[in-house]
Design a protein around this ligand. Structure first.
Ligand code: MN
Length: 318
C-alpha cells in the first residue's frame, strides 16, 4: 500500500470529517481453480470495503480458446449480492432458484443471495477466445440481509457521457442516472470507457466514498496513473473526479455511503457472528437451506474448514 498524499487524511467518512485521498492499493494474485489467476482488489491489506462493496476480483483477459475456461462448481452465498460483469467472453450462470442465463459483455448479472442461495458459473462449451471480467460482492445491510434470494439479468443499462467519456451505470446512481438493478444501500458501480484523448470531470456524490480500478489500458484518475492490478481508493468529500486517457482505457468506478455495520466475511458468506457462519457452513455441507443447482457437470464445492481461532466481525477499514 502506498499513500500518494504527503499528509493523508483519515479515511473515516460520514460524520467524521474527511476528505479526498489517493491510496493506491495493489491487488493480490489469487489462484481460482486450475488455470485461472484473479487479481483480488478487495478485501486487501489496506482496505476491507468501499461503501457496501466488500469483494472485488478482476480476471483476464485470458486466452481460453483451447481451455475449459471458468469452471466454478455450485457453492453457497448469503448476506450479499454478487455482481458479474464482463468485458470479453461469456459466463453461464445457474442457481438454486432454477435460473439459467448466459451473460455477455455489457450485461449485468446480479444475484441477491439474501438468506441463502447456491450457484455455479462456467464458460459455455462453445466460447469466445478471450475471457475478461470482474466479480464483485455487495454486502447487504442488517434490514435486508435475510431477504428472499433473487436473480436479475439486465442487458439495458443507462449511460452518462461527456468529455469523451462513456459511463455505463451498472448498479446504483451516477450523475443523476440510475441503473434499474435492485440495491439495498446508496451506492454506485459504473463501467467507464475512456477513448484515447478523453479529458472529463465526472460528477460525484460528496457523501460517498469511491475507488477506481483499471480494466484495461492506462488512465489518469485525479492525476494518478492507474493500470490493471491496483485499486485506487479515493475517499469521500469529492463533487467531481478528473479523468484523462491518452490511450484507449477502461475503468470501473465503485462507490457508496460508508457501510457502518461490522460484518464477518468468511468463504462465500457475509454474516455478523461466528455462530451464524458456522451454521451456514453446516447447512451447506448437509445439503439444507441453500437449495440445489441443476445441470452443472460436477459435484458441488465443499466448504473449507472453519479457522481454529474464532472470527470476529470487523469494520470497513482494516
Ligand atoms: Mn459465487
Amino acid at each position: 500500500m502506498s499513500n500518494l498524499d504527503r499528509k493523508p487524511a483519515t479515511t473515516l467518512c460520514g460524520g467524521t470529517s474527511s476528505g479526498p485521498v489517493r491510496d493506491l492499493l495493489p491487488a493480490k494474485n489469487v489462484p481460482l481453480g486450475e488455470s485461472t489467476v484473479v487479481r483480488r482488489l478487495l478485501p486487501s491489506l489496506g482496505r476491507r470495503m468501499v461503501g457496501a462493496w466488500c469483494f472485488v476480483d478482476h480476471y483476464g483477459p485470458d486466452d481460453i480458446a483451447d481451455e475449459p475456461g471458468m469452471q466454478v462448481p455450485p457453492h453457497p452465498h448469503l448476506g450479499l449480492q454478487t455482481v458479474s460483469w464482463l468485458h470479453d467472453g461469456e459466463v453461464l450462470h445457474r442457481d438454486s432458484l432454477g435460473s439459467l442465463q448466459t451473460l455477455r459483455p455489457g450485461q449485468l448479472g446480479l444475484m441477491t443471495a439474501g438468506r441463502a442461495i447456491a450457484h455455479s458459473e462456467e464458460s459455455p462449451r462453445e466460447h469466445a477466445r478471450l475471457l475478461h471480467g470482474a466479480q464483485l460482492w455487495v454486502a447487504l445491510p442488517e434490514a435486508h440481509r435475510n431477504t428472499a434470494p433473487s436473480w436479475e439479468h439486465h442487458s439495458q443499462l443507462p449511460q452518462v457521457t461527456g468529455g469523451g467519456l462513456r459511463a455505463t451505470v451498472i448498479l446504483g446512481e451516477l450523475a443523476g442516472t440510475a441503473s434499474p438493478a435492485t440495491t439495498y444501500t446508496p451506492l454506485v458501480g459504473a463501467d467507464l470507457t475512456l477513448p484515447s484523448g478523453t479529458a472529463a470531470r465526472l460528477p460525484l456524490e460528496p457523501d460517498f466514498e469511491y475507488a477506481a480500478l483499471a480494466m484495461s489500458g492506462e488512465a489518469e484518475v485525479d492525476g494518478v496513473r492507474l493500470t490493471p492490478g491496483a485499486l485506487l481508493y479515493l475517499g469521500c468529500g469529492r463533487s467531481e473526479l478528473p479523468l484523462r486517457a491518452e490511450v484507449d482505457s477502461a475503468l470501473m468506478l465503485l462507490g457508496g455511503e460508508p457501510f457502518e455495520e461490522k460484518i464477518l466475511m468468511w468463504w462465500n458468506f457475509v454474516g455478523r457472528s461466528m455462530e451464524e457462519i458456522a451454521q451456514a457452513r453446516e447447512d451447506w455441507m448437509t445439503g439444507s437451506r441453500f437449495g440445489e443447482v441443476q445441470g452443472y457437470d460436477g459435484p458441488p464445492l465443499p466448504a473449507p474448514m472453519l479457522p481454529p481461532v474464532p472470527l470476529k466481525a470487523r469494520g470497513r477499514v482494516r
